[in-house]
Ligand binder design. Structure first.
Ligand code: CO
Length: 132
């Protein structure tokens, strides 16, 4: 069912420093920071030839990544995002398979429908599915 790896999201405690690592040390093309208040994050996109890395930094109170950074003060991989053809079909399949879908289908950072899956059901990794 899952298709391409759309992105890997990395939570960072210092967005400027994280951006510099990818831009200057690793020599990648990076975007300007973009505030996404409805998602509680500021994002920098790292463009790779075959996928993207998204650097996530908390924005505002109640950021969904604040707790993760408390537990991982140096930052770390927050989730991986796989593409699916139809988010509703994917959601039903996950429920039928007994996997826990976290919350409802939402519009994600790329203006496409997404859902999140519980890490305990997916090898310890938070999984995002995005309708491509
Ligand atoms: Co994501």
């Amino acid at each position: 069912m899952i298709g391409k790896l759309n992105h890997v999201a990395i939570a960072v405690p210092d967005l400027k420093a994280g951006t510099a690592v990818y831009r200057d040390t690793l020599g990648a093309r990076v975007s300007a920071p973009a505030d996404m208040p409805e998602h509680g994050v500021t994002t920098v996109f790292v463009e790779l030839p075959n996928t993207k890395i998204e650097l996530l930094h908390p924005l505002g109170e109640n950021s969904p990544i604040a707790k993760f950074l408390e537990k991982n003060p140096n930052g770390g991989i927050h989730h991986v995002c796989y593409e699916v053809e139809d988010i509703n079909v994917a959601a039903k399949r996950m429920t039928d398979e007994g996997a826990r879908v976290l919350g409802d289908i939402k519009i994600g950072a790329h203006n496409k429908p997404v859902l999140f899956l519980h890490p305990k059901d997916f090898c310890g990794t938070l999984v995002e599915l995005e309708q491509a």
